[in-house]
Design a protein around this ligand. Structure first.
Ligand code: FE2
Length: 279
């Protein structure tokens, strides 16, 4: 087994989305599709009560993607055009497959001590699935397996670790998505098939990733030159690990839509105008 080396480290940009929500964006959808099958990674952390109430993301559409919301602190209330409504609570994951179209609203709420802390990952859908039926997989915190191994605590959303499978299944990209916490003095090695895109979002502490020191908050992009990752930490570190096989299809993103061609984006906009976006 060989360690994958670091290609580069992204320092997330502060961006404003929705009705004025400040978040840290590591990357967003782009025709270059560099992180295929992943399209976007956002980190919301509103920890200053002086910012006032969180304004959230009022009703908006999605087509052609999956959005994965994982909350560590605070909650997100949601409502959608399929008639679903609920709350993503602390430690929960919501894996939403927009397929051909969904309209939804996502409203973050502060925890009792005033914080909101969570992540949203967008995963692409292959051309054959872009116009599929929309669906949700809601996973409550208690049903996410927590795997302990030699100083590492892994919360597994999707994929397989040591024979344990994450609760989110039947995702086209068959991604691995997990929250990894290393206690001080831990070495963590994990296989990632060569050919798969692999990213690590370091959000607490500091660690040595493939021999390079990386401090939070940073998105580590790995080269495809090995078949495992190695992370060591003297003082403890926590990161989200995502990996998956690229679809290698062209993409045309437009706001909350990611399709394969310009014509499909134009059709999406016509569907919205004509009221045929959702059935
Ligand atoms: Fe959304």
């Amino acid at each position: 087994m060989t360690n994958r080396t670091i290609s580069h480290i992204i320092e997330p940009n502060l961006v404003i989305e929705g009705a004025g929500v400040l978040l840290r964006r590591s990357f967003g959808p782009h025709v270059s599709n560099k992180f295929d099958p992943f399209l976007l990674f956002d980190h919301f952390a509103f920890n200053n009560p002086l910012e006032g109430p969180s304004r959230g993301f009022p009703t908006h559409p999605h087509r052609g993607i999956e959005t994965v919301t994982y909350m560590l602190e605070g909650t997100v209330r949601h409502r959608d055009s399929l008639g679903n409504a609920g709350t993503i609570a602390e430690g929960d994951v919501q894996w939403m497959t927009s397929g051909r179209g969904i309209l939804h609203e996502e409203m973050p709420r502060r925890s009792a001590n005033g914080n909101i802390y969570g992540f949203q990952l967008w995963v692409n859908l292959p051309a054959a699935q872009k116009m599929s039926e929309p669906r949700y997989q809601e996973v409550t915190s208690g049903t996410i397996p927590e795997i302990q191994r030699e100083g590492a605590v892994i919360r597994l959303m999707a994929g397989e670790v040591d024979g344990v499978r994450g609760p989110v299944t039947e995702i086209s990209a068959a991604p691995l998505y997990m929250d990894v916490k290393l206690e001080p003095g831990t070495r963590f090695v994990y296989p990632i098939p060569s050919g798969h895109t692999a990213l690590m979002y370091v959000f607490e502490g500091v660690g040595e990733f493939s021999g390079e020191v990386v401090e939070s908050i940073s998105m580590v992009v790995l080269n495809d030159d090995g078949d495992q990752i190695e992370v060591k930490s003297e003082t403890g570190v926590r990161f989200m690990l995502m990996a998956g096989a690229p679809f290698k299809e062209p993409i045309v993103p437009y706001g909350p839509f990611v399709m394969n061609t310009r014509e499909e984006i134009e059709q999406t906009l016509r569907d919205l105008r004509n009221g045929t976006f959702i059935k």
